[in-house]
Design a protein. Structure first.
Length: 188
């Protein structure tokens, strides 16, 4: 992979091919192939703050959620479960907790991928937040809800997932970060 030089005038990254003196692809300014070209690549690979926050959040969610669920089910003397404000058996409790358990388990590989800087985390992050956000509308609570309660919440869900998608796929520094992880040339 060739080093990427950043033009001091227009801040456009240009890939250095290793022959002659490089020039900026956007404005034509002569660039010096300095020793800090690797530093420019490292700057592009610096993890954006929100991805760091998501990594910590997902790791914490998975750890705490799985530990509490495991302790709730395995602690001796804990045979009484309350589900929807009524007494339930352990199997009823586990059935009700299954979507949450799946969510906790799904958070583990995404947090690991963010920690190890894997490019496949981007679509998984969108799916991780979109599936529960829109899947809840298939539950009996929401499927029988009147339109005046359903539509504003659905619009809010779409806006939240849209903002997350914009951040992961359109925000310049995040796109540069994922392009650097994938080994692709940045277009910004």
């Amino acid at each position: 992979m060739n080093p990427v030089l950043v033009c001091p005038n227009c801040r456009t990254p240009t890939e250095y091919q290793g022959s002659g003196q490089p020039a900026c692809s956007a404005c034509g300014t002569k660039l010096s192939a300095r020793a800090d070209a690797a530093g420019n690549q490292a700057a592009e690979r610096q993890r954006p703050l929100l991805l760091l926050v998501l990594m910590v959040f997902l790791a914490s969610l998975a750890t705490i959620g799985l530990i509490i669920t495991f302790m709730t089910v395995t602690v001796p003397g804990n045979e009484d479960y309350i589900v929807d404000n009524r007494l339930a058996t352990q199997s009823d409790f586990l059935v009700k907790m299954l979507p949450f358990i799946l969510l906790y388990v799904a958070a583990v590989p995404i947090a690991y991928g963010l920690w190890k800087e894997r490019p496949w985390t981007r679509p998984l992050l969108v799916a991780f937040f979109a599936i529960p956000e829109f899947g809840k509308y298939l539950t009996p609570r929401w499927s029988d809800a009147p339109a005046h309660a359903f539509i504003p919440r659905f619009i809010l869900s779409a806006i939240l997932i849209g903002l997350l998608s914009w951040y992961l796929y359109k925000k310049r520094n995040v796109v540069r970060y994922y392009n650097a992880l994938s080994g692709l040339k940045s277009d910004s």
